[in-house]
Ligand binder design. Structure first.
Ligand SMILES: Nc1ncnc2c1ncn2[C@@H]1O[C@H](COP(=O)(O)OP(=O)(O)OP(=O)(O)O)[C@@H](O)[C@H]1O
Ligand SMILES: Cc1ncc(C[n+]2csc(CCOP(=O)(O)O)c2C)c(N)n1
Ligand SMILES: [Mg+2]
Length: 377
């Protein structure tokens, strides 16, 4: 599949030269399903009017939104020499939004997408964005999700925001706060690869196109794929809690542990398995791959807890177990927004018998926070 053009001197017309109306005319048709693809059963009215109309057969829908900003969430030109194409940015936009719907146990039903673009942006970049968005929806297996509308504006740097809705199909939403002592902690998808890819892209020691293993990791940062179908599958199997890993395994698991008032023991062997595919990147960048597994975000794997007797859907791997918290900490510590006004305590999680704060410095990190100064990610 075409994954977007690298922009050169012959990048063609810019969005400033084309104007908004003609740009929509070029962009919007690319969001539609191809002749061989099924139309979304949820889409009652697609783009073209003031709003789209989307079916909500359940009487409720889940909704969430996610933004990427150039320089903050992606670079057009990375220090390694790689580029984020429009295709990449569109693909990632689809994945990061669909994963949030899936993490509630919902089937994504619609996406709307808003782009703010510098007038010098090549029209091709925007067309590639639309193709990437569509390809991301398909790569995540969200075939019943329509891309039903959006908005365009101008800005100094590229900013893209999508909003996703999802259908709970009559089930209760799988929240972060339902994990019970005795449950298994499981993962659908991967962790650590997008973060290893990010550090490669940020390094001048990585030369794109020379090593297929490293290129694949960079691809996981540029075009992550979330196993979106496994969200509803886990919900049907009886998942007690779920979250998509966007900010790092320990950080997102701590959110779940705090909301549920439980502790977690992660299995060192399962973590070592997740670190294996990162070994080559670890050698090049002189990093312990476990660092990326524990702290890296953006793979948008689905981290869930399930009762221990449950038959795990294919593609879901055990990662550890839920333990009762010591007396005094059994209560949920999350506030009304699902956050907490103090820094999450890492003590709720241990690896084998080692509490996270006692891990060696080379694998300790903080996960991602948009407003903190960053070292790597
Ligand atoms: N600007 C905002 N206004 C209202 N609620 C917000 C805002 N920003 C975040 N929130 C809420 O805070 C909660 C945590 O947000 P956060 O972005 O950390 O997790 P998330 O929604 O799972 O996103 P992601 O998976 O992309 O990291 C969410 O319920 C979100 O709706
Ligand atoms: C240029 C550049 N610098 C840093 C990063 C790392 N990064 C950005 S957002 C995020 C977490 C998910 O965000 P959200 O919670 O908003 O979905 C991470 C780990 C990147 N991708 N590109
Ligand atoms: Mg999320």
């Amino acid at each position: 599949m075409e994954q977007g053009r690298r922009e050169g001197a012959d990048a063609g017309p810019t969005v400033g030269q084309l104007g908004e109306t003609r740009l929509i005319g070029r962009f919007a048709p690319l969001l539609r399903p191809g002749p061989a693809e099924p139309a979304s059963p949820y889409e009652l009215l697609g783009p073209g009017d003031d709003c789209a109309v989307v079916a909500a057969p359940d009487g409720r829908f889940v909704i969430s939104t996610d933004t990427q900003v150039q320089g903050q969430d992606f670079e057009l030109h990375w220090p390694s020499g790689a580029e984020s194409t429009g295709f990449d940015t569109g693909h990632k936009c689809a994945t990061q939004n669909l994963a949030d719907a899936a993490a509630m146990g919902a089937v994504p039903s619609s996406l709307v997408v808003s782009l703010a673009l510098p007038p010098a942006t090549p029209v091709r970049w925007v067309e590639d964005f639309a193709r990437g968005l569509r390809a991301g929806v398909l790569a995540c297996g969200a075939t019943s999700c329509g891309i039903v509308g959006g908005d365009l504006s101008a800005s100094r740097e590229i900013s893209v925001t999508a909003t996703v809705t999802g259908d709970l199909q009559g089930r209760r939403p799988v929240r972060r706060n339902g994990a019970e002592p005795g449950d298994l902690v499981v993962l659908a998808g991967t962790v650590g690869r997008a973060a290893a890819g990010l550090d490669l892209l940020l390094s001048t020691d990585y030369v794109p196109g020379r090593d297929a293993v490293l290129d694949e990791l960079a691809g996981c940062q540029l075009r992550p794929v979330s196993p979106v179908g496994l969200g509803p599958a886990l919900a049907r199997a009886g998942a007690t809690a779920m979250i998509d890993v966007s900010d790092g395994l320990l950080r997102d698991l701590t959110r779940m542990a705090e909301a549920s008032g439980i502790d977690v023991a992660l299995d060192p062997q399962a973590l070592a398995e997740l670190a294996k595919p990162l070994a080559a990147a670890g050698r090049l960048l002189v990093r312990d791959p476990l660092y990326w597994v524990l702290n890296g975000g953006e793979d948008h794997g689905l981290l869930s807890t399930v009762p221990s007797h449950v038959q795990l859907p294919e593609g879901v791997r055990p990662l550890g177990s839920v333990l009762a918290s010591p007396p005094g900490q059994e209560g949920a510590q999350a506030g009304p927004l699902g956050g907490s006004d103090r820094e999450p305590a890492p003590d709720r999680i241990r690896i084998g018998t080692t509490p996270v704060h006692e891990l060696p410095a080379r694998v300790r990190g903080r996960g991602w926070d948009h407003f903190e100064s960053q070292e790597g990610f």
